[in-house]
Design a protein around this ligand. Sequence first.
Ligand code: PLP
Length: 397
Amino acid sequence: MHIPLSSPDISDAERKAVLQVLNTQHLALGPRLDEFERRMASYHERRFGVAVNSGTSALHLAMLAMDLSPGDEVITTPFSFVASTNCILYVDAMPRFVDVDPDTWNLDPEQLPGVVSDRTRGILPVHVFGLPCDLKAITAFARERGFWIVEDACEAIGAYDREGLVGRAADATVLAFYPNKQMTTGEGGMLLTDDGRIDSLCRSLRNQGRGESGAWLSHERLGYNYRMSDLAAALGIAQLGRIDELLGKRARVAQWYDDRLGGNPHMVSQAIPVGLRKSWFVYVIRLADDFSRQDRDEILEVLHRQGIGSSNYFSPIHLQPYIAERFGFARGDFPVCEAIADRTIALPFFGNMTEAQVERVSGCLVGALQATERDARPLHAVRARRSPPESRLSGGA
Ligand SMILES: *Cc1c(COP(=O)(O)O)cnc(C)c1O
């Protein structure tokens, strides 16, 4: 029996909401779009929300709104989904990567000073796998130097850091609603901001550069068609109405995994610093250092053969062929990111997973580890580091 890597959680509320739109004249640019934007902005206590057709589109709009010139530099993390770097390339700017923290797997703020140049304009941090990065330290660093922050919260809706809900503070925050995310609109994304200029510019850019009047054949700037349909927006409203339930179910599944894998000496999970609430996007384990990338790939093979959806989230962005070639990156450039990326396994994870499925996946994983262990060197027990020192994240001592 196949267990997928991810699966959306759709109830009758979503079916009803989408059908209702189908029975109206407004399949696009209608009332559901406005309502979804208002609700999403208000959930995050932001002034504006601009809904678009993907998280990547929202990232592109955010970069356009930052008014970059060719050759300007944006600091970001190499351990993410590739869209968080691609958006920088879309506007002819240069990504400057900072290695990640070995425990939280998020951009390490202490390394920021090392990559600043006179071309640095902003920072694009990512809350990887739904764990808030240290936005407080990153913001303090950025404010001192006049850099903007565009926050990729595509994996982190509903997460909390020590200051509150993620997505309430950056110059622009980007969310995504692909079916594997915590909530979905099929395809979709949103840009949140408190800045009226960014809001109206992005609203125009997503709609073929049309002006505020909405005159259909009047285009004030080079725009795009990045619009979200009202069908998608209705789905989003229904999902947002269930957000606590959706997140709660995912947290419960994560707990089932933790109960079974938490004490295993051959793996660690992303450390959740005290005072933070992770929003569970995926369940990823990192094999201990004595496993090689080849061992990990073999384990993925074994899982696939047993019908268990699993993946190597994430492959380092700086080593993607077109980026490595263009900027001359090589293995060893961001060693912490690479050590993590070589050893991670994303296991099947979705809110409707049963405890029996978690049991089966965990059993298969442990079995696959033992098989590797028999073939390879004896393994040394590695202590799980579940909580890094407080200072790491608060930017103190
Ligand atoms: C999902 C995701 C995006 C956006 O993805 P789309 O498929 O374009 O909606 C961007 N950044 C990260 C880190 C993501 O996980």
